[in-house]
Design a protein around this ligand. Structure first.
Ligand SMILES: [Zn+2]
Length: 305
């Protein structure tokens, strides 16, 4: 009897030890939009870290050696695909040497799969420095695409960790329910500005424009990834005056002073935006609070005048 009690208490002690806890799915995301959705789906079953800072240009992330160590230990990689990370991720994956993250492996979650990409060129041409050679990779600004990505991540996590599949499905439902409620609110907030034009620094807003009925097709960059030139900016200023465009949106990693110069010449307002949770103050809470900030700041700027 005594030995039985001893055995029982030993088992209890073991179960209570933290290292006996079920290992979490180790997930690495490239950027904070994917990271925040991976966190929402993974909940307490996944440990998610993000490589790029939310204030960094997703095309040109400062790759640290520690990134390859993280990739080496990961069970899954959540990436944007569509060549978004082509300039910095491949060498890190080579150094990380993790077969779980090989192209086609269940741990390689490429979120552009299942997304209807916009602006896919009929012929591939990088000669002019265009970094959107595979189509526009900034699809996460359309909340309907975030839903597709969330479903994709939930499915992939369930495959990698079947015993937690019910949790992933429940978390997915919670996320999409919240998204549905917010979507109606966002549509209503932007509805009064249908057809209105907004200038952006980089061509990263076609999905947002399409979803909410705005026009965002004039950019401070002459081509995606090519810095603004005086000639091009003069053309932008002329067009803004002609079309009475009075809002310029700028991400944290873009040259705000260039936008301010254009604003001074046109009477426009510069609005700080972000596509990444945490990129601008007040967006730290995740994808939905970030979209909330985005819709409200764009609607607020369009309401002036
Ligand atoms: Zn881009």
């Amino acid at each position: 009897m005594k030995s039985l009690i001893k055995k029982f208490s030993f088992a209890v002690t073991l179960a209570a030890l933290p290292w006996m806890a079920q290992a979490k799915l180790n997930v690495v995301a490239t950027t904070a939009d994917f990271g925040s959705i991976a966190e929402a789906i993974g909940g307490d079953k996944a440990q998610v870290t993000t490589l790029a800072k939310p204030t960094e240009d997703p095309h040109f992330v400062d790759a640290k050696p520690s990134f390859s160590v993280r990739l080496n230990r990961a069970d899954a990689l959540v990436e944007g695909g569509a060549e978004l990370e082509i300039g910095w991720l491949p060498p890190l994956l080579d150094m990380g040497r993790n077969t779980k993250l090989e192209s086609g492996a269940p741990g390689r979650i490429s979120c552009s799969q299942g997304i209807q990409l916009m602006e896919v060129p009929s012929t591939l041409d990088r000669s002019k420095g265009d970094i959107h050679a595979a189509g526009n990779p900034h699809y996460m600004t359309d909340p309907e695409n975030a839903r597709i990505v969330a479903e994709h991540i939930a499915q992939a996590f369930s495959q990698l960790d079947p015993k937690s599949a019910a949790t992933y499905q429940a978390n997915l439902k919670k996320f999409t329910d919240e998204l549905d409620a917010k979507m109606a609110e966002w549509q209503k907030l932007l509805a009064p500005y249908k057809g209105q034009e907004v200038v952006a620094y980089h061509n990263s807003w076609p999905y947002f424009a399409e979803r909410f009925g705005l026009k965002i097709d004039l950019f401070l960059e002459p081509k995606p990834g090519i810095p603004p030139t005086p000639t091009h900016l003069a053309e932008v200023i002329m067009k803004m005056k002609e079309d009475k465009i009075h809002v310029i949106i700028v991400d944290p990693y873009q040259n705000r002073r260039t936008a301010e110069t254009v604003a001074r010449n046109t009477g426009a307002t510069v609005v700080d935006v972000t596509q990444f949770p945490g990129g601008v103050k007040g967006t730290e809470g995740g994808y939905i609070p970030m979209m909330d900030y985005l819709v409200k700041s764009v609607a607020g700027a369009l309401a002036q005048k």
